[in-house]
Design a protein. Structure first.
Length: 386
């Protein structure tokens, strides 16, 4: 490398201009190779550019961080993030779980504050606040389930479970009942006030990857509350929460014994594992996402597909922002906001360099928080999408 020419100190603050003589190498590109201004491709992410200044070759790295639109990034974890949950009563409070065996409580806009949940010895794979914000449930890869009193001393109580491989946790909107799906194809439900196991649900043919209660206990004038679950067997099941029986199975053209099989639109069925399911605030619509790159909006009351949101990669998580908009987290590291009625993507949120694992919406619905394999959590403003 040539040494830069000597210049006086008084020239240090002068502007430096680049001309054609400073170009080291040119790369020919066809016009069709160039992305559109609104293209969601990864062009520009950590792209090295070689330039020459005063005879020196200098490599500059252009990071996609400048194109990110998050308002807060939490970076205290040292492993990939598996789960995020926002408090339903404190608009700033968030909890995240990671492969570093730790869970952290932190607040949006307060980058220096964090409280570590003590007690897990394996990766914290899933966390969830109860609807009243008083309790927090967490589970680690060794199957240990803990329920924390958020308003008290934050000492976790252990719960008996399947013994390992718990995929997710959800709270009943009407009380302190906790639901969990397992790799052993089963679903468990506890009363967290007395740590009693209430029921197990059996019927899926593979790992139960996601599930949810209807919001506010909405039951479509039935005498029992609805539970909806998805699985690696590519089926969506509707359950009677009181009896523990599966009442409907939503799937493609495969045969299914015993239960009522729904095949209203085979084109709207998933062809790969279902990774996430969530009810809209009304409770009558549900969004279901899978590794087949689809997010399907279902009318659960009539068991009819209402629309399909096509993705470029697998859909790993989702969150409803309000009655009309739903957010999806994808394997490509982007968060997309969809109009659930038209099926159109209205905004793409950037800030991660790897797959999105979990999404959650703040109590005031102003923020959407994402957790990623890249080890960070990002908070995005979404107050205009409800």
């Amino acid at each position: 490398m040539n040494a830069p020419p000597h210049h006086d100190d008084e020239d240090d603050n002068e502007q430096v201009f680049l001309d054609e003589s400073d170009i080291i190498h040119e790369v020919a590109m066809d016009n069709e190779d160039l992305p559109d201004a609104d293209d969601d491709s990864e062009l520009g992410m950590n792209l090295p550019v070689l330039i020459n200044i005063f005879g020196c070759d200098i490599i500059l790295t252009i990071s996609e961080e400048e194109d990110s639109n998050f308002v807060h990034k939490f970076t205290a974890h040292t492993g990939e993030l598996y789960s995020v949950s926002c408090s339903p009563t404190d608009a700033a409070l968030v909890v995240t779980g990671s492969g570093d065996d730790r869970g952290f409580l932190w607040k949006i806009g307060q980058g220096d504050w964090a409280f570590e949940l003590q007690g897990h010895e394996e990766s914290v794979s899933t966390l969830a606040f109860s609807y009243d914000g008083q309790q927090l449930a967490s589970v680690s890869l060794d199957g240990i389930i803990k329920v924390w009193d958020v308003s008290g001393n934050l000492e976790g109580r252990n719960f008996e479970g399947p013994g390992g491989g718990i995929e997710w946790l959800r709270w009943d909107p009407r009380g302190h009942r906790l639901l969990a799906g397992s790799e052993d194809f089963s679903i468990w439900m506890w009363n967290t006030d007395n740590a009693a196991l209430l029921k197990t649900f059996i019927g899926h043919g593979n790992s139960v990857t996601c599930g949810d209660f209807t919001p506010d206990g909405n039951n479509f004038s039935l005498s029992w509350e609805i539970i909806c679950t998805g699985s690696d067997d590519a089926t969506l099941r509707i359950w009677n929460s009181e009896s523990g029986k599966s009442t409907h199975v939503v799937q493609g053209q495969r045969e299914q014994a015993c239960e009522h099989v729904v095949d209203n639109n085979a084109l709207a069925s998933h062809s790969d594992s279902i990774e996430c399911v969530g009810f809209a605030p009304s409770g009558s619509w549900a969004a279901v996402g899978g590794m087949d790159k689809k997010l399907i909006i279902w009318d659960i009351e009539h068991l009819l597909p209402r629309g399909t949101c096509e993705h470029e990669d697998g859909v790993s998580c989702l969150a409803w922002l309000g009655a009309s908009y739903v957010a999806s987290g994808c394997v490509d590291g982007k968060v997309r906001l969809w109009d659930s009625r038209s099926g159109k993507c209205v905004k793409t949120l950037k800030g991660h360099s790897d797959a999105i694992q979990s999404l959650s919406v703040s109590a005031n619905h102003d923020y959407l928080v994402s957790a990623s394999v890249d080890g960070t959590a990002c908070a995005f403003e979404v107050e205009n999408f409800r």
